[in-house]
Design a protein around this ligand. Structure first.
Ligand SMILES: [Ca+2]
Ligand SMILES: [Ca+2]
Ligand SMILES: [Ca+2]
Ligand SMILES: [Ca+2]
Length: 295
């Protein structure tokens, strides 16, 4: 089984088949999606078709979707449509908010969380969900997932400046706060440093996502119910590098991986232990690796 991950380099969207490769990874597809724009953030998700995620990018407020279409080799990505959602400084948060099996275009910024119709996008259309999560500073970023132990989607935010998680049940016009806690180290001291990347991922395959912070090579995982540190492990590097939480072996649970200066290092989740390293190039493009970076 092959897991796929999407990278964007300049205007080219790359789809990598991780297990189909040896030490030097070759993309299974390379699609041109338009002029290079350093403002564009890749946001692949399952927006419109039942055959897996579409390629997508958010460029200065315009959300463009492209058909991957099982393409191999190179070509120009088929344009599926676009939505003008916002100005440039918002953080994308695509997920299935409506429960129809398709991911919805969404963004968060400073407490506002908006969701847009994706299947039949209309440029300039109003959001189909508009939620207020309370005042948040501009560094706070959105995380979606299932954290609580029930089946529903939750909204979470993480603010690096205070190392604070907040978790909400989606609701209009005001989302319901479920819990809030600080990400702390083993001594109970709130994490400090930069860049601090926070996300939810299901590392043990039980169906629930664990709120996690990646900071300078350390992965810090927290128990949703208590807000306490559940597990900490080190993969490196001590500076730089971006976390890539992904089920790269297809067993239903997420493994840690790190992209740093052109190299992708994959770990098995026992311990975790080093599994393999792939050279995929693109030195200096860490910020484009996924929606996690969001800068
Ligand atoms: Ca949906
Ligand atoms: Ca839930
Ligand atoms: Ca889990
Ligand atoms: Ca896995």
């Amino acid at each position: 089984m092959t897991s796929h991950k999407t990278w964007q380099v300049a205007g080219v969207l790359l789809v990598l088949g991780l297990l189909s490769t040896a030490a030097s990874a070759q993309p299974v597809g390379s699609l041109w999606s338009g002029p290079a724009d350093p403002a564009c953030i890749p946001v692949p998700a399952n927006y419109k078709t039942p055959n897996g995620p579409e390629l997508s990018k958010l460029c200065g407020g315009a959300w463009h979707m492209f058909d991957r279409g099982g393409v191999t080799g190179t070509g120009t990505a088929g344009y599926l449509g676009g939505i003008w959602v916002t100005t440039a400084d918002k953080y994308p948060a695509p997920a299935d908010y409506t429960g129809d099996g398709f991911d919805d275009v969404s963004w968060f910024y400073q407490g506002v969380w908006n969701v847009y119709e994706t299947l039949n996008p209309t440029p300039g259309a109003a959001p189909i969900m508009a939620m207020w999560l309370g005042a948040h500073t501009a560094d706070c970023k959105p995380i979606t997932g299932n954290f609580t132990g029930d089946a529903g989607l939750e909204l979470a935010t993480f603010c690096p400046s205070t190392a604070t998680f907040r978790v909400f049940t989606p609701a209009e016009p005001v989302a319901t706060l479920l819990t809030t806690f600080q990400a702390v180290d083993g001594g109970g001291t709130p994490l400090t440093g930069s860049p601090m990347r926070a996300f939810g991922a299901d590392f043990d395959g039980d169906g629930f996502d664990t709120l996690t912070v990646f900071l300078n090579g350390n992965w810090w995982q927290y128990d949703y119910n208590t807000g306490t540190l559940d597990r900490n492990f080190w993969t490196g590097p001590a500076s730089g590098g971006e976390p890539v939480p992904i089920d790269w072996d297809g067993d239903g649970s997420v493994e840690p991986a790190v992209f740093n200066s052109g190299a992708l290092t994959l770990y098995s989740d026992d311990a975790p232990t080093f599994d393999r390293g792939l050279w995929i190039g693109n030195v200096g493009n860490e910020r484009f690796i996924s929606k996690l970076t969001q800068e």
